[in-house]
Write a protein that binds this ligand. Structure first.
Ligand SMILES: Cc1cc2nc3c(=O)[nH]c(=O)nc-3n(C[C@H](O)[C@H](O)[C@H](O)COP(=O)(O)OP(=O)(O)OC[C@H]3O[C@@H](n4cnc5c(N)ncnc54)[C@H](O)[C@@H]3O)c2cc1C
Length: 402
């Protein structure tokens, strides 16, 4: 069973060191330790899944058009749906709910685009994604605006507790050690490749390092002399306190005209909006939300879910809790996975905007590349894809970039 603690000293030797204790790093440590590697994860904060992972709205979807993303999503959803069995902890609950994902628009010119996107889902094997006319949408969800002209829907998409999932992966990691309050400060590289991770608590000797530092991945790569082609952008979400008029059987409802979304949560809701004016920023240790964000977001979600316009005046400031985190984007909006060929032993598992949902499969792929079970050329998300000119254009709806 994995052990999560603050070590007196970090001076020791490991087969692999994972940097970053968000859900992506923890999932990677899980599979590495399952493969029999003596694995140490270092996390600068005092808990796992407390930075970007904690700001997520914890939703998952199979609806991707990019083959690699669809493959990661398919495998990850299998893990989420069979979580207790995968982590080997009987009856472990991650509160998974198949609430559905519904993308909608009122823009007539997007009718064909939505139809084509659903065909794109089908083309990569997501056969249960449905194209709906506006009337179809309203038959299922009568509170949707009469202006909506079409939608893409998958009933088996949904959400779960990312915190419980991270804890379950940590607990289920045979023998892995999770060092809290332990900051990776440098990566030592010798003629054979990476040789150690220097931390504030001492040096861990290792020949394998995984960079899963979320928004700080760019900084960790610099320690190994690697420049990553990524940028960070702040994204916010609001928890809205319970209200009798928030339909609790609603799916995650995404307005693709203004990139806003909401879904039910414990009698209330979680909602967000991708502000196109949000600038690229440095990695943030404490990303803060804006005071006005709930007001802007109510305005956005009210466009196609108009009941929000009727009830938004009922909420007081304490009823609305804003969290912020950072999305990380590679040039094609897909993660960076696998070895950095110029620095032997240095692996990436980073550059996520949907890292919660994809984490178990991405962690498994990374571990398989480390153990040699997966070949570099079998990995479409390798860093070298940009130099090779084989990266695939993004197509997913709501990617958080403008
Ligand atoms: C508003 C919002 C909504 C979102 N909704 C969803 C969603 O519904 N579904 C979804 O899949 N994704 C969603 N995301 C994205 C998702 O939250 C991230 O992609 C995911 O959490 C990334 O996980 P991670 O482990 O890579 O990063 P993080 O959770 O940020 O973990 C990285 C860790 O590395 C640690 N670290 C950094 N530097 C060091 C160092 N030097 N030494 C040691 N540790 C270090 C950090 O402290 C941090 O804990 C959302 C994000 C936001 C902001």
């Amino acid at each position: 069973m994995g052990k999560v603690f603050v070590p007196g000293t970090a001076d020791r030797t490991a087969d692999a060191v994972v940097i970053g204790g968000g859900i992506v790093g923890v999932a990677t440590a899980f599979w590495l330790s399952k493969a029999g590697l003596k694995t140490i994860l270092v996390e600068i904060r005092d808990g796992l899944s407390t930075l970007t992972t904690a700001a997520s709205i914890e939703s998952f979807r199979a609806q991707f058009t990019e083959p690699a993303m669809a493959a990661l999503a398919r495998e990850s959803i299998e893990v989420w749906e069979n979580f207790a069995e995968v982590v080997g902890i009987p009856d472990y609950q991650i509160n998974l709910r198949h609430g559905g994902y519904l993308f909608i628009s009122k823009d007539q010119s997007k009718f064909e685009e939505i139809k084509k996107t659903v065909e794109g889902y089908h083309a990569v094997g997501v056969l249960d994604s449905e194209f709906w006319t506006g009337d179809d949408v309203r038959v299922h969800y009568p509170w949707v605006s009469p202006d909506v002209i079409a939608g893409a829907f998958r009933a088996k998409d949904g959400w779960f507790s990312a915190h419980e999932a991270t804890q379950g992966l940590a607990k289920g990691s045979p023998e892995a050690q999770f060092f809290l309050e332990t900051e990776a400060q440098d990566i030592v590289v010798d003629q054979k490749g990476v040789s150690a991770v220097v931390t504030n608590r001492g040096t861990i000797s290792t020949r394998t390092v995984v960079n899963s530092a979320g928004p700080f991945a760019i900084k960790i790569a610099e320690m190994a002399g690697v420049e990553l082609p990524v940028f960070q952008v702040r994204r916010q979400r609001v928890f809205v306190a319970p209200h009798p008029r928030i339909p609790q059987d609603a799916p995650l409802t995404i307005d693709i005209d203004n990139d806003s979304y909401w879904r039910p949560e414990t009698g209330g809701a979680l909602m967000g909006w991708h502000d196109p004016a949000e600038p690229k920023t440095e990695p943030m240790r404490k990303p803060l939300g804006d005071y006005e964000f709930p007001a802007y977001t109510f305005d956005k979600v009210g466009a196609l879910s108009p009941f929000w316009n009727d009830i938004m005046g009922d909420f007081k400031k304490p009823d609305l809790v804003v969290h912020a985190g950072q999305y990380v984007h590679a040039p094609d909006d897909q993660p960076l996975l696998g070895p950095v060929e110029t620095v032997p032993g240095f692996f990436l598992n980073c550059a996520y905007w949907p890292g919660v949902m994809l984490s178990p499969a991405a962690g498994r792929w990374t571990a398989d590349m480390i153990t040699g079970r997966m070949k570099l050329e079998e990995n479409p998300l390798r860093l070298s894809r940009f130099d090779e000119g084989v990266s695939i254009a993004p197509g997913a709806l709501l990617r958080g970039r403008h």
